[in-house]
Design a protein around this ligand. Structure first.
Ligand SMILES: Nc1ncnc2c1ncn2[C@@H]1O[C@H](COP(=O)(O)OP(=O)(O)OP(=O)(O)O)[C@@H](O)[C@H]1O
Ligand SMILES: [Mg+2]
Length: 642
């Protein structure tokens, strides 16, 4: 039985924990799927006591009644029983009041699931945990609310699973080492930790959705901005500053509602903003081939398709380390367990190249391994983007890195098959393209809600694993249609150990960033970039001739181009994420390297005209210089006369 609070009567007395009743929803705070309201006597949250006439906020400790809290309660039956189990999907009967995408608890173990189809009183549920052990006739409880996650201080540095359970805390509290016990429920954010809340508002201020009410130093470099949640508005009567835990009400409004440090948000719903804006700044990655040839704008979206073992995971993790955004949300969606283990063991040790602080201080990890049920992949993608939107709303630039979106698409295919839906291309559901589009749509640069006109962005970088490296398959094609750039990983390059294996002929970026590079790096940046591409293209053509007729068939001028192309490929486009001097390349260094390469090329052509021999042109000094450039500092490169 679940109660919906239809109407609140009376007023809130002073000094009582308030603000959990959202006028818009009319439903009380929900912790762990149960309903709680604050006790009118002892100030703590307490579960609604069964049988309490009006659902008053009284905890078990005190049974005295008070005239202030009168809630009219409508009782709704939200229970059903399992009538069919098919892998990760379960059908429950007698679910008369269920709504689409409601969060449900399945079976004795209370496995987490989501209603994905309603047919009369039958609800089909996708279960986010292993369904073995469930049996027909087991109870299913509908929480009456959509799958939501907690947003508040403490998200950064934490590792969650797809339904936002904190993995480290589960590991610490569970006896089954390395496994998540079925049905385990822990709050996502630590309830006991105190945060130092510094208010930015005063009593009497009118606060509307998105307005900043205070700040918390969440990690050394990220200030967590406490915002008025969407849909809430009021005049402040009380502000509490100092040490607060996430459930404490920091700001109280005239009508008794208020703002906690934690807010909940349904993951399938995009968080609102004022308007989308076009950003003219690039998303800097420190990877030469990306920043020079295929830059993406902050708030842009890019796909990284690549066949098996072409370096998608390594590239995503390199971006997680070096991307120049304030916050990183890394979603490991359905990848192999040992890769996720790498992330879990590596990341906490890494340091941010910009600030020298631990990288985790700007990172949220959401991980699902491939042995977790397929349905959980969908949840992890939505959980990741919702956390991203929350930091975007504070005015930060966020990068959402997902590896790999194909695993999510495969999960959709499996669930759709079990629902016996009409299949589209290659068995993927018909709605594959629209689901992907709706996901990428949540990226972008926006003007956030709130009076201060702040801007925030989410840059979405998703790996795609097309079977057989064939980019014509539906996931790559559907994603390519809605994203602005593609860094195509190439099996051939990977086999030759040319990393990152980004194919410069297939990749593209539609973002117009030339002006930015001209203004912020150098006037001749665009010119140098086009010269670089010309050499690479010409080299590719010459390769065909060499393959047919041998290297001796080339004219001297073409030999210079061919040699230069090779040098650029090996020393400019290739870059090792494991090298200390070269893992990250600043734009200034990219520019200096590029200029050195092209100046040597020009000199070579000139010398050739003057009759200098090829061996003399590509002399040892120059070859060593070009090889070593990538490990030099900008200042050192500047010392060279080229
Ligand atoms: N930038 C790189 N530098 C050096 N080695 C690399 C690089 N990228 C990939 N590799 C090598 O290729 C291997 C496979 O890379 P990775 O796991 O990233 O591929 P993937 O595309 O994610 O594969 P899968 O399709 O199986 O997920 C790595 O273990 C590493 O040895
Ligand atoms: Mg991978």
């Amino acid at each position: 039985m679940y109660r919906e609070i239809v109407k609140r009567q009376g007023i809130w007395p002073r000094g009582i924990q308030r603000g959990v009743f959202r006028k818009s929803s009319g439903i009380s705070a929900n912790k762990d799927g149960r309903e709680y309201i604050p006790c009118i006597h002892c100030n703590t949250f307490s579960e609604i006591i069964e049988g309490n006439r009006a659902g008053r906020g009284l905890c078990n400790k005190d049974s005295a009644e008070s005239p202030w809290f009168l809630y009219k309660i409508k009782k709704i039956d939200m229970q059903g029983i399992i009538t069919k189990i098919s892998g990760p999907t379960v059908v429950a009967g007698s679910m008369h009041n269920s709504k689409m995408y409601n969060l449900v608890y399945v079976g004795e173990m209370k496995l987490i699931g989501e209603v994905i189809r309603i047919d009369g009183s039958n609800a089909t549920i996708q279960v986010y945990e292993e369904t073995t052990g469930l049996s027909l006739g087991d109870k299913v409880i509908d929480t009456g609310q959509p799958l939501s996650i907690e947003l508040g201080p403490g998200l950064l540095t934490t590792i969650f699973d797809g339904v936002q359970r904190p993995l480290e805390e589960i590991a610490a509290s569970s006896s089954s080492e390395g496994f998540i016990p079925a049905g385990v429920q822990l709050p996502a954010l630590n309830r006991t930790k105190k945060w130092h809340f510094v208010p930015l508002v005063h009593s009497g201020d009118l606060i509307e959705e998105g307005d900043l009410v205070g700040t918390i130093q969440e990690t050394a470099n990220i200030i967590h901005k406490v915002m008025c949640p969407p849909g809430l508005r009021g005049i402040i009567t009380e502000i509490i500053k100092g040490e607060l835990s996430v459930e404490d009400t920091a700001v109280t409004f005239e009508d008794g509602s208020g703002i906690n440090l934690v807010q909940r948000w349904p993951v399938r719903k995009a968080r609102p903003f004022k308007k989308k804006v076009i950003s003219g700044t690039p998303f800097i990655t420190g990877q030469r081939i990306i920043d020079t040839l295929f830059p993406v704008s902050t708030g842009g979206s890019v796909i990284i398709p690549g066949g098996f073992g072409t370096g998608k995971t390594v590239l995503e993790q390199t971006l997680a380390k070096f991307a120049g955004t304030d916050v990183i949300v890394y979603v490991g969606c359905g990848e192999r367990g040992n890769e996720i283990a790498d992330v879990l063991t590596d990341f906490p040790k890494l340091r941010d190249p910009y600030t020298g602080r631990p990288l985790m201080e700007r990172t949220v990890l959401v991980v699902n391994t491939s042995n977790m049920p397929v349905a959980a992949r969908e949840a992890s993608i939505y959980t990741g983007i919702t956390i991203g939107e929350y930091y975007r709303d504070m005015g930060y630039n966020v990068a959402l890195l997902a590896d790999s979106i194909s695993r999510w698409a495969e999960a959709m295919r499996e669930i759709s098959g079990r629902l016996e839906e009409l299949p589209g291309e290659e068995g993927f559901p018909m709605y594959l393209a629209s689901r992907l589009a709706a996901f990428y749509e949540r990226g972008g640069m926006v003007e956030c809600l709130g009076k201060d006109n702040r801007m925030g962005s989410i840059t979405v970088c998703t790996a795609i694993s097309p079977p057989g490296g064939d980019f014509s398959e539906p996931v790559t094609q559907s994603a390519m249609r809605v994203t602005g750039a593609m860094w195509a990983l190439d099996t051939d390059l990977a086999r030759r150990r040319h990393y990152p294996a980004i194919n410069w002929e297939k990749s593209f970026s539609l973002y117009q960033l030339n002006e930015w590079f001209k203004d912020h790096v150098a006037d001749d940046w665009i010119y140098l970039k086009s010269e670089l591409l010309k050499i690479l293209q010409r080299e590719e053509e010459l390769q065909d001739i060499i393959r047919l007729l041998g290297p001796d068939s080339l004219r001297d001028q073409d030999r210079v181009v061919s040699e230069m192309g090779r040098l650029i490929r090996e020393n400019y486009l290739q870059q090792s994420p494991y090298s200390t001097g070269d893992a990250y390349c600043t734009l200034e260094k990219q520019y200096r390297m590029l200029r050195t390469f092209l100046n040597i090329y020009k000199t070579a052509l000139k010398e050739l005209e003057e009759g200098v021999g090829i061996a003399q042109i590509f002399n040892e000094e120059r070859m060593i210089l070009l090889r070593d450039l990538k490990n030099m500092t900008e200042d050192k490169i500047r010392e060279w006369r080229y």
